[in-house]
Design a protein around this ligand. Structure first.
Ligand code: HSE
Length: 338
């Protein structure tokens, strides 16, 4: 599988690291052999090689600050812009892992359209294109006979979408509710341990959980975008961000955290979606509620189903390897179709 990777930040590096460390295992166990034939970044250069780039050298170059540090080799091309790579470099899949920009989802949305029009499957970690133009991308993919995969966009590699779409197929899901943002859950957990808000946010950023602009996390918009994606995949509903009720965690003070704790409760940022609409808001949950035990950057989602009742999935919701793994899981799925 030849891959064009757009974006080499925390998430893109997570995927490259997994491909570097698991190549033999993936080949033996899943007959999966991947080559990264091109990489483009916003401000750290781009590279393309028809035989594939070396993952270890690619990571070294990315971590040293610029892809110009990748060693020269015959056939290596540098400095092509992302759209040119996507259109001109032969590949099976484009992986889009640039930062989510709301509400328009650009420039990632243009990259996605160009990749589908050039006959490439697309795998997204970026939520922006789906929030801005879900139906357009799905229809464009259908016309091109290609796939759009985006497990990474909700709960990182914890298979929230796959659970609903595959394992629970045949059930009717009437509601999804849970903790869908790792950064805010991490901040609330650390505030309970006595850290102030700014220090807790700085830790979440250092650990690679936060969005490039962390106000998307703390003001609830990241969880809201995940609800849009869930509304579309679970219910075929197409609400916009403006249709959701969204409140973040900025107003939760250390005193409020302590008061909840004294009452045997914890603050959690709860996201909820039904076919009729959705909301994101902080709530005090009793310690007896399973969501109270979900700490740090862990996420949880409960699907309310007709045949099974509630089904809850708990797992990592953010981070380098967790999200890199989500991309790998989509690539492995595509491999089965190729
Ligand atoms: N910033 C997001 C979070 C990353 O904290 O959950 C995963 O979507």
């Amino acid at each position: 599988m030849d891959i064009i990777l757009i974006g080499l930040g925390v998430v893109g590096q997570g995927l490259v690291e997994i491909l570097r460390d698991r190549a033999d295992d993936l080949a033996q166990s899943y007959d999966f052999r991947a080559r990264i034939v091109a990489v483009a970044t916003h401000s750290r250069g781009s590279l393309a090689h028809p035989d594939g780039l070396d993952p270890a050298r690619l990571l070294q170059a990315a971590q040293s600050g610029h892809l110009s540090r990748y060693p020269d080799a015959p056939g290596l091309r540098r400095g092509l812009d992302a759209l040119a790579l996507i259109r001109d470099v032969p590949a099976d899949v484009m992986v889009e892992a640039t930062p989510t920009r709301l509400p328009e989802g650009q420039p990632a949305l243009e990259y996605c359209r160009a990749a589908l029009d050039a006959g490439k499957h697309i795998v997204l970690a970026n939520k922006g294109p789906l929030a801005a133009a879900y139906s357009d991308l799905i229809q464009r993919a259908a016309r091109a006979g290609r796939q759009v995969r985006f497990e990474a966009t909700v709960m990182a590699g914890t298979p929230a979408l796959r659970l609903a779409q595959q394992a629970l197929a045949g059930c009717r899901i009437s509601e999804a509710r849970g903790i869908l943002n790792g950064t805010t859950n991490y901040i609330l957990t650390r505030m309970e341990a006595g850290l102030d808000y700014a220090a807790a946010l700085a830790e979440a950023q250092a650990l690679g959980y936060a969005e490039a602009d962390p106000s998307a996390d703390v003001d609830g918009w990241d969880a809201a975008v995940k609800l849009l994606i869930l509304a579309r995949t679970l219910f075929g509903a197409e609400p916009g961000l403006a249709d959701l009720d969204v409140t973040g965690i900025r107003d939760i003070t250390p005193d409020a955290v302590a008061a909840a704790r004294a009452a045997g409760e914890r603050w959690k940022l709860i996201a909820r979606v039904t076919p009729e609409g959705g909301s994101v808001a902080p709530a005090r949950v009793p310690l007896s509620d399973p969501l109270a035990a979900v700490s740090d950057a862990t996420n949880a989602i409960t699907y309310i189903t007709d045949l099974l009742g509630p089904v809850t999935l708990v797992g990592s919701g953010a981070g380098r390897l967790s999200t890199g793994f989500a991309l790998l899981s989509d690539l492995l799925d595509l491999r089965r179709l190729m």
